[in-house]
Design a protein around this ligand. Structure first.
Ligand SMILES: *Cc1c(COP(=O)(O)O)cnc(C)c1O
Ligand SMILES: *[C@@H]1O[C@H](CO)[C@@H](O)[C@H](O)[C@H]1NC(C)=O
Ligand SMILES: *[C@@H]1O[C@H](CO)[C@@H](O)[C@H](O)[C@H]1NC(C)=O
Length: 567
């Protein structure tokens, strides 16, 4: 380069220096700019988050949330303080030991099998042991003492299901060419359930292992759709707080933020205005239940559908519990509301065949308005060394026997059978509801939550401790469900309960009278607090549940799960 070689050294040096300074200046300028941009983006992101929060929850709600979260952390710190920590730990392990003593049988008569028998047993020995296992001391579901849990369609139906199992024990729908009959039955089950829910042409569905898997799949499909079509990377969904907790599970598994919406008295439905305020560009799914598990209330699905259409967001209706009752309410002569695909905004519905469909446990369906919505839940792996792999839902291999059991149940009960059982189950629920609302021994102390029109009735008490009532009912052999926020008890009526609903009401009257008597004694003797030992429900929900930070409850529940696998 001729020009530069002629340049005087001093000049050259100063030039080099200048060049160095200017490039370092430029660099520092760039760093500054970069820093400002990052800071600005950061600010923008948090401002946007803050504004969305303010819009979604209002000024008061935002402060209330902040206060609650502060209380939780403060209480968490308190729980970890040296003396407190060891005390809490001691109580938790005591409670878990008690639980184990109750759930895991022990004693001289009990033989535990912790390794494979060296030689296989004879059929006779296996059968004898199975008989003993089936008749272990238990809450009498056979006599109708259990709320929900056992959705039982009668002995004859159970016998036939067992035979259906026998014919298909090795069948696996993962291999449709090997088991064509199973594929056919599975497709037909979906078609029948779609028809029950008035699905439009082009609707589609999948069978799953239960309501939880159906709900997980609906949330996954909505998340994938929003990601593919709108580029949503921080998905959110909006749930009435009474929606089944499987939605929160989906939130945890699939990284979807859950907004919970209050379900205020007197109708206890998810508040539409609160839901509407929470919708933003990250919203991937709205949810309603028909009916919900805690109170048996059907959300305002018509209003939700309108909102979903207006804001162009998918709407899932959870009919896991409503299953084979809600579609038949009208034909069974009861009042009903619109909740299915006839509402244009409803894009997916979960319906459990293993609840009021009376199919064997392990069966549910998830229905979509379109096949493309269904495709968003598929898992397809085109390049696996094990071959091209495609499965519709979470499971890989699936029990063909269950499909046969389910198909056989639907075919044998038939529409008339389901209308008939709807008649009995909803009829008994209405009688229990009416008894609580009108019987002199009940109506002054108990209050039914909302206006249930399906199979669940929940009630609470303003005068007595609801959990003491639950424990006293347990002592009489009943297994009812305790609820929280607000404290309440519910009965999910099943066919076995239909036969004993009058005894249920009579026992409830006796229990309420007994609790009132205790209350009178307490007042006469001038005792403020309860002196007596508290029962299981009262301990869990009354004592542990009232704490601001539920980490103790979490530890207890985790201990409970460990107990399930103690041989
Ligand atoms: C039972 C139930 C579910 C979940 O069903 P699982 O079969 O227990 O997984 C979902 N939603 C409602 C309203 C239910 O009652
Ligand atoms: C609740 O308490 C636990 C245990 O002290 C703590 O780990 C947790 O962070 C607390 N939760 C919240 C939300 O602050
Ligand atoms: C029943 O559940 C099993 C999984 O446990 C699943 O493979 C099957 O598809 C389900 N069938 C029906 C009919 O719901």
């Amino acid at each position: 380069m001729p020009g530069s070689s002629r340049m005087p050294v001093s000049l050259r040096n100063s030039f080099a220096l200048q060049k160095g300074r200017s490039s370092s200046q430029l660099l520092s300028l760039n760093v500054d700019l970069f820093r400002n941009v990052v800071f600005f983006l950061f600010l923008l992101r948090w401002t946007r988050k803050g504004l969305l929060k303010l819009k979604g929850r209002g000024l008061f709600g935002t402060f209330a949330d902040a206060y609650m979260s502060l209380r939780k952390s403060a209480y968490g710190l308190f729980l970890r303080a040296p003396g407190v920590r060891s005390q809490v730990q001691k109580q938790v392990s005591e409670a878990i030991t008690k639980l184990q003593a109750k759930l895991v049988p022990s004693g001289p008569g009990i033989v535990r099998y912790l390794a494979l028998p060296k030689e296989g047993w004879s059929e006779e020995t296996v059968m004898k042991e199975l008989d003993a296992l089936a008749t272990m001391d238990h809450t009498r579901w056979e006599d109708g003492y259990v709320s929900g849990a056992v959705y039982h369609g009668g002995d004859q139906l159970m016998k036939m299901q067992t035979e259906a199992f026998g014919k298909f024990t090795v069948a696996n729908p993962l291999h449709p060419d090997v088991f064509p009959g199973v594929r056919k039955m599975e497709a037909e089950i979906v078609a029948m359930v779609l028809a029950m829910f008035n699905a439009p042409l082009g609707a589609a569905g999948v069978t799953t292992s239960g309501g939880t898997e159906s709900i997980l799949m609906a949330c996954l499909s909505a998340r994938q759709k929003a990601r593919a079509e709108r580029g949503v990377t921080e998905p959110e969904m909006i749930l009435p707080e009474t929606a089944h907790t499987a939605f929160r599970k989906a939130g945890e598994y699939f990284g979807i933020k859950c907004h919970l919406v209050a379900c205020p008295a007197p109708n206890y439905q998810g508040s539409i205005s609160a839901i509407s305020r929470l919708i933003n560009s990250n919203t991937i799914l709205l949810v309603g239940s028909a009916p919900n598990f805690p109170h048996g209330i059907i959300d305002d699905i018509s209003a939700l559908s309108k909102l979903a259409l207006k804001r162009r967001i998918p709407l899932h209706v959870d009919c896991c519990l409503g299953s084979f009752l809600v579609p038949f309410l009208e034909k069974a002569g009861f009042e009903t509301e619109l909740f299915d695909f006839r509402l244009k905004g409803v894009t997916s519905i979960s319906c459990d065949t293993h609840k009021y469909g009376f199919a064997p446990k392990g069966n549910s369906t998830i229905l979509y308005r379109t096949t493309s919505l269904r495709a968003y839940q598929y898992f397809i792996s085109p390049d696996w060394s094990g071959g091209v792999y495609a499965s519709p839902s979470i499971a890989g291999s699936r029990p063909g026997a269950l499909i046969a059991g389910c198909w056989a149940s639907l075919m044998q009960v038939g529409e008339t059978g389901y209308i008939n059982s709807c008649n009995q189950i909803v009829g008994a629920t209405k009688k229990i509801t009416e008894a609580i609302q009108t019987k002199p021994g009940l109506c002054s102390d108990l209050e039914v939550i909302g206006k249930p029109i399906v199979s669940v009735v929940a009630f609470t008490s303003n005068t007595l401790d609801t959990y003491d009532i639950a424990d006293a009912m347990s002592a009489k052999g009943w297994h009812l469900n305790s609820l929280q926020n607000p404290p309440a008890i519910h009965v999910a009526v099943t066919l076995p309960i239909v036969k004993v609903w009058e005894k249920l009401v009579a026992d409830l009257e006796a229990v309420v009278e007994g609790e009132k008597e205790k209350e009178r004694v307490r007042i006469v003797e001038g005792k403020g607090a309860k002196g007596k030992a508290v029962g299981d429900s009262a301990a869990l929900y009354g004592v542990a549940g009232s704490l601001p930070n539920k980490s103790v409850v979490v530890e207890l529940a985790s201990g409970f799960l460990d107990t399930l696998y103690k041989a």
